[in-house]
Design a protein around this ligand. Structure first.
Ligand SMILES: [Zn+2]
Length: 151
């Protein structure tokens, strides 16, 4: 094999290796779009206008819709590396607990949905416990962890 051919081949290998590396990087950096939906649980909204503004400031896209007298919001979305990151940020900004149960008739106030690896997730209340912990655990285990922490 001539030196030129060998060099051309080496070059082609490195181009392909770079392309492959870019593809892997894109896969690793793939973000998920997390959608938040607020439920008017217990006859009252759980987030104040101020909370929504704070979410907007942190990069959440808040949907405002017209009410009788003033615009109100109940939905927001933002891209994250994973759902845990989204839940932690949401709690930090709003001071809410994402796992809040709400009232018996209306259900949990904080609903999150996202798509990951081609699967759709929709979780709220106790269903969010397992995403707040590093290890996989049942709702009961998660509740026990939290109760222990509170003692
Ligand atoms: Zn209710």
């Amino acid at each position: 094999m001539s030196k030129e051919i060998e060099m051309a081949r080496q070059h082609q290998y490195s181009v392909e290796a770079t392309k492959e590396a870019d593809k892997v990087t894109k896969e690793v950096n793939k973000k998920i779009l997390v959608e938040y939906n607020s439920n008017n649980s217990g006859g009252d909204w759980w987030l104040s206008d101020r909370d929504w503004f704070k979410l907007e400031k942190a990069g959440w896209v808040v949907e405002w819709r017209n009410n009788a007298h003033k615009p109100i919001a109940s939905n927001a979305s933002k891209e994250f590396n994973d759902i845990k990151e989204a839940l932690i940020e949401f709690e930090k900004i709003t001071g809410q607990e994402v796992t809040a149960q709400g009232c018996n008739c209306c259900g949990p106030p904080h609903n999150f949905s996202w798509e990951e690896n081609g699967q759709e997730y929709r979780e709220s209340g106790a269903g969010l416990f397992k995403y707040m912990f590093d290890r996989t655990c049942s709702h009961r285990e998660a509740l026990e962890c939290i109760n222990k922490k509170g003692d």
